[in-house]
Design a protein around this ligand. Sequence first.
Ligand SMILES: [Zn+2]
Length: 288
Amino acid sequence: MTRTNATVCLTFDFDAISLWIGPFGATSPSMISRGEFGAVGARRILGLLDREGIPATFFVTGHTAETYPDIVRDIAAAGHEIGHHGYLHENPIALETREREREVLQRGFDALDRVAGIRPTGYRSPAWDNSPYTIELLLEHGFRYESSLMGKDFVPYWCRVGDVINANGPYEFGEPVDLVEMPVSWVLDDFPYFEHVYLKTGLLNVGLAAPSHVEEVWRGEFDFMYRDVPGGVFNLTMHPQVIGRGHRMLMLERLIAHMRGHDGVTFATLGDAAQTFRGVNPRGGAVA
Ligand SMILES: [Zn+2]
């Protein structure tokens, strides 16, 4: 049986040093150098994508763009999509006010524009932690899609505003708005499986999983989608400083080969997949 129209989006959150000096509050050169390794990983990933002929999406913090302008320009020159990912990897919830969140959005835009002449149309919130203001701010700034929510797994949907959080009655869903959600999942993120993080406050994440373990989960997700969700979008989130380690890169290569072994699998940027969703789904039909 020939199947068509399964889409794979390889996405890379290029946090680099911003993750460590931002939310993790690192001051030691050793800890900061872990973000520096992101530059090594990014080069390896660009090489892999080039060899495979795969277009991908990189969510780049403004701080990363300013720290590694040549890599970010090379990402763009290779035809990959660059999305917005804050300035110093600020968790939107931690910014507390709409005004502060708006300032950070603008700072990220300014950095990407200065470094690579890019105005991104896609957004992924650092830590996947949208604030109550995020969707409205993204609309205000003309974004076409965002990728931080987890209401579905393999099917894009329309973002909403006006949800009412009731603890003593049914949750009330707001109205769909002109912003596509490209949903994410912690099971399809390399960071919690692999990255060992010990902060001043204690152990944050054990990590250090064998790639065979992660490969089993990721392949299982893909195989289920391919069988049961026709037209599904497989949105895989990775980080150059995490997946860029040798044994993990080999696993990613095996995963790509596994996907390519299926008929009708297309690799696309998240932006293109969001645009495809827009083309076939009238707004308002995807809330339930
Ligand atoms: Zn990030």
